[in-house]
Design a protein around this ligand. Structure first.
Ligand SMILES: *[C@@H]1O[C@H](CO)[C@@H](O)[C@H](O)[C@H]1NC(C)=O
Ligand SMILES: *[C@@H]1O[C@H](CO)[C@@H](O)[C@H](O)[C@H]1NC(C)=O
Ligand SMILES: *[C@@H]1O[C@H](CO)[C@@H](O)[C@H](O)[C@H]1NC(C)=O
Length: 981
């Protein structure tokens, strides 16, 4: 570390003209100090959202998500790179096929104008299978993971080498978007000793990234105030990173009871002061939502977490705590498709995040935007000192205030919320502030329950103007031909503001229904109003334009950047108001061209600050516009309007998908389980080893066949471990003999199978065991974390001995025969092995025309396939899903395959998910689609679905292209699968 700018330090100056002064000795493109990060010499408030490209396997849609994030106030994304998605077997890596092409993540981020924070592990956690570790390595061969053990090092090092080089090539230093690089994740430094194997491991990770060419500052993500790890400012014995970070999930919310939880944490500032005082306050993961387990609630029901109030109160509290880098985890969770979930979650990773799994913009994201657009322009925030805090700032002791002061400009930021953050009280208070005009009291600040407000003092709003104070919240300001400032309040709340150094005899005109009064005060004219419905605009005689928006009108406000630089300055954004989404804006000649999306037809108002601009093009078409008296243009942006009708699913073909239960099934090509020692340190309960990982089968359904001779056996004891909620069933010579239906609280289940002697044969009895799978564990699950074995832990025959065992799993095992969909998409169900889920597969004449609604009687399984056409308007974005229902009384395992992608794992007896969305690219909005479903009963009661319907979540008329030729993402069935029977 060295000091970049010696002079101001020597002179004892603190000046925002000087960039943050510390660099890591490798680059000065990204530097830091105790206040903020600087990128290319400019301080920047990093407002970031976590997004996992693996969870949305359609590269073209990454740009859709990134544009939506940028439009909603974000300037960065934080990304995990999952080793398991890119490496199907030792020494193989795929960074090319389909969504494995990570270069496109960087390219689209850059195109959209977002920085990237890279987080490549080796361990991620992330509720993904094995926490991101490659599954081939997670069979136990890594030994002691997340330590300096050589068995572990030898496995992860090639991954960090490969992904590290790709990240390195995309650093800001080479014109790319990457500004920070995280080492490992939530790894606790419990013993601060250079000899600690974990410290040595962090040194190894650092060395590997260095070798790969990473020069941007390193970071880490401390696990929620549980230890003090990897800060250069605290007991640094090695392994420390440049910029320490702390994660926090304080919500403690209950999906079913909105009155519990909602307890703000107010100790972040002190924590950072204690452990990383020379660095800016960074929250690498802050609660954007929470994941939900098998048998839990579905995300759409988590009303408190989903509420805009959550974003408002929590993210503003972070600002009050002086945080200048916050990453919302998840901002958009998407889907744990194709067996990529860890057992702690079901298919949807919606996360109750601000952006829905379907890429739709929730009100929570709109509220988040108000904060992101504020931090974007509030450069004063980038150099804040904690002046004070507590309940003494307001006339009502029930209000807690953070008072932040910029030591150079004297700008003040007062962040108010109810001291009891869950309070639903409506409190009106006055606030005592210090300003350049002396101590003042700002009256009539209302907090309506779970609401937070940031009250600014000595706040610059452009070239020539500043606010002395405002009790209405600043949304943003734009420095155009004139200064435009935008305020927001709830309808009925009072606002008051005073310009600093305003000319005397200032006059203004009002357009809109909020009535504004001006009155003298001893520090200048004050303007007071009660927020009315919609938009009110004030045009002041010194040129300043003021928008007064009610909160929900503000939700459809955009400050659209006219630059692709993530760090947007106030002169590089224009005002657009009305639609659901405005992605981009360009001004050329007399026309401003906007690209956006609208569900309903809305008005659109644009202020460009350029009087030559007289026309609006919306999604390529000129719309008729009127000019307002204050210089903006108003027109109408069309919505989707038309009701979308989706086809009824019919013409199903059904085939038996459990032929292996029959005694005479030919399994001669299957893998013989002949190992007497496992690579796994967890000893098997019986021999031979029946862990599927020892035989190269990792994800999805696996099938075992155990043989024995004679008619004396009375039963068998089996213990099967495939993650929480994973059930299994067994058949003796074709007759169902029991199993376990899966339990959301148990990773392993045991059952005693009882044999009916009539079923036994003198020789060659076959016990077929078929098992579901919900993922590999994450690191925190004892005894062996991600390497906890999967498959049969032990099998004992009662009254006999098994003579042999064979296993079958996904076609090709680690061979990755479908590299586009990747190594985890397929399991070992017969129909999957033969590729019946793939587009282009034609069911033979022997297939019946049963549908999943007919179902199956008894312990059996069927694979259903059908095709359907969609012909949506080419300018519509219609998120489409499959709505299922079934009686919980018939335990069963259901998988959904859309055009070959396993995009749904449904357990009717466990739940909670019943609706499964497919992104465009997995589904074809225009053209043919192949839908396949597997259904097998976990008991002899049979199973059937009571509903299988396509559903539309919404419809948006859009300027984004959702109609590519997706065939490169949907490889077809090939006639080469007989070998996997
Ligand atoms: C670390 O290990 C070295 C070599 O084994 C030993 O000399 C030293 O005392 C150890 N230090 C600590 C702090 O345990
Ligand atoms: C409140 O502000 C004081 C003065 O800066 C600071 O010492 C203290 O740590 C702050 N309290 C909290 C809870 O952050
Ligand atoms: C469109 O209008 C309908 C009916 O007023 C409303 O329920 C829906 O929320 C609107 N959609 C959006 C995205 O604003």
């Amino acid at each position: 570390m060295r000091l970049l700018t010696i002079l101001p330090i020597l002179l004892g100056l603190i000046s925002s003209h000087f960039v943050s002064a510390t660099d890591n000795g490798k680059t000065t493109d990204v530097t830091w100090d105790q206040y903020s990060l600087s990128v290319k010499g400019e301080r920047v408030y990093v407002f970031s959202g976590e997004f996992h490209y693996q969870r949305l396997p359609v590269p073209e849609l990454w740009l859709d998500v990134f544009q939506k994030l940028r439009a909603n106030g974000f300037n960065a994304i934080s990304i995990y790179f999952f080793w398991n998605f890119h490496s199907a077997s030792e020494d193989t890596f795929d960074f090319e096929n389909g969504a494995h092409d990570v270069q496109r993540v960087f390219d689209y981020a850059k195109q959209a104008g977002l920085y990237v924070i890279a987080r490549a592990g080796p361990y991620c956690n992330a509720e993904t299978s094995a926490g991101g570790f490659a599954l081939w390595a997670s069979n136990g061969q890594m030994g002691s993971t997340r330590t300096s053990a050589s068995t572990y090092y030898d496995r992860w090092y090639p991954w960090i080498q490969k992904i590290g080089k790709i990240i390195a090539a995309n650093q800001i230093t080479s014109g790319g978007p990457v500004i920070l690089n995280q080492h490992e994740n939530e790894l606790q430094e419990t013993t601060h000793s250079a000899n600690n194997t974990v410290v040595k491991y962090m040194e190894q990770v650092k060395a590997a990234f260095n070798e790969a060419g990473i020069v941007v500052p390193s970071t880490h993500n401390e696990k929620g105030m549980r230890s003090m790890s990897w800060s250069t400012d605290y007991q640094d014995v090695g392994g420390a990173v440049n910029v320490y970070g702390l994660d926090s999930y304080p919500g403690g919310l209950s999906c079913t009871n909105p009155d519990t939880g909602f307890n703000l944490v107010r100790t972040y500032y002190q924590w950072f002061q204690n452990y990383s005082s020379s660095q800016p306050e960074y929250l690498p993961e802050f609660e954007g939502g929470w994941f939900s387990p098998w048998g839990g609630t579905f995300y759409d029901q988590c009303s408190t977490e989903l509420s805009p109030e959550f974003a408002d109160v929590y993210y503003k509290n972070n600002i009050g705590s002086r945080v200048t880098l916050q990453n919302i985890y998840m901002v958009m969770g998407a889907t744990s498709w194709g067996h990529s979930a860890a057992p702690v979650v079901y298919t949807s990773y919606d996360y109750s995040a601000p952006m829905r799994e379907t890429r739709e913009i929730r009100d929570k994201l709109k509220q988040t935007k108000l904060i992101g657009l504020f931090t974007r322009v509030s450069s004063g925030l980038l150099q804040m000192q904690m002046e004070g805090n507590g309940t003494g700032y307001t006339s009502d002791a029930g209000i807690y205030t953070w008072a932040l002061r910029n030591p150079e400009t004297q700008a003040g930021f007062y962040v108010l919320a109810h001291s009891t953050s869950s309070s639903r009280a409506v409190t009106t208070t006055s606030l005592n502030v210090n300003t350049s005009a002396g101590a003042l009291t700002i009256p009539n600040i209302e907090l309506a329950g779970r609401q937070s407000k940031i009250i600014v003092t000595d706040y610059r709003i452009g070239q020539g103007s500043s606010l002395l104070y405002s009790s209405a919240e600043v949304l943003t300001y734009a420095t155009l031909d004139i200064d435009v400032i935008v305020f927001y309040l709830n309808i009925g709340q009072k606002g008051e503001f005073v310009f600093k150094d305003a000319p005397t005899h200032l006059t203004f005109q009002t357009y809109g229904n909020s009535k504004v009064n001006s009155g003298a005060s001893n520090h200048g004219t004050k303007y007071t109003y009660t927020q009315g419905d919609g938009t009110t605009v004030l045009k002041f005689s010194h040129g300043v334009l003021v928008y007064l928006l009610d909160k929900e009108t503000a939700w459809n406000f955009f400050a659209v950047p006219t630059t692709s630089n993530p760090n947007v300055v106030p002169s590089e954004q224009i005002i657009a108001l009305g639609p659901y989404l405005v992605r981009t804006a360009t001004v050329s000649g007399d026309t401003v061209s906007l690209v956006g999306d609208n569900a309903n037809t809305t008005s659109i108002e644009v202020y460009t600050g350029n009087s030559k601009v007289t026309k609006i093009k919306w999604n390529g078409k000129e719309i008729s516009t009127k000019k307002t008296p204050y210089g903006s243009l108003i027109g109408s942006a069309p919505g989707a309007q038309a009701k979308v009708s989706l086809p009824t699913l019919k013409s199903w073909k059904a085939q038996d998908t459990l032929p292996e239960i029959k005694a005479d099934y030919d399994d001669s090509r299957w893998t013989i389980c002949n190992k007497t020692r496992s690579v796994n340190s967890v000893a098997p309960l019986t021999l031979p080893v029946l862990y599927s990982g020892d035989y190269g089968y990792h994800a999805g359904t696996r099938i075992y066949r155990g043989r024995f001779d004679g008619m004396t056996a009375t039963g068998a004891n089996l213990t099967v471990q495939n993650g929480a909620a994973a059930g299994w069933a067994a058949w003796l010579n074709g007759v169902y003999v029991g199993g376990a239906i899966g339990d959301p609280t148990l990773a392993a289940t045991s059952a005693e199978l009882l044999f009916n002697s009539a079923t036994l044969r003198k020789t060659d009895n076959v016990l077929t065991v078929i098992m579901d799978y919900t993922g590999h564990d994450e690191a925190n699950v004892s005894p062996n974390g991600a390497q906890n074995p999967r498959g049969i832990l032990g099998a004992t025959l009662l009254g006999g001995e098994f003579t042999s065992w064979r296993i079958q799993g996904n076609a090709g095992g680690e061979a990755n025969i479908d590299p586009v969909r990747g190594p985890m998409n397929e399991g070992g169900l017969y129909g999957e092995r033969l590729g019946w889920h793939l587009p282009g597969y034609k069911a033979p004449k022997t297939a019946t025309s049963h549908s999943p609604l007919d179902g199956i009687s008894g312990a059996a399984g069927r694979f259903y396939t059908t095709t359907f056409q969609l012909d949506l308007d080419s300018d519509l974005d219609v998120p489409i899903g499959l709505q299922l229902d079934a009686s919980a009384d018939f335990p069963a395992v259901v998988q959904i395959f859309m055009n070959g992608y396993q995009f749904g794992h449904y357990l009717p007896h466990i739940g909670p998910q019943t609706r499964f969305p497919f992104p465009p690219g997995v589904i074809n909005n225009r053209g043919e689609n192949t839908l396949a479903m597997s259904l097998w009963a976990l008991t002899d009661r049979g199973a059937r679905l009571s509903q299988v319907d396509l559903v539309a979540y919404g419809a948006y008329r859009t300027g984004f292209n959702f109609n590519h030729d997706w065939s490169y993402l949907q490889p077809q069935w090939k006639n080469n699968r007989e070998q996997y029977v």
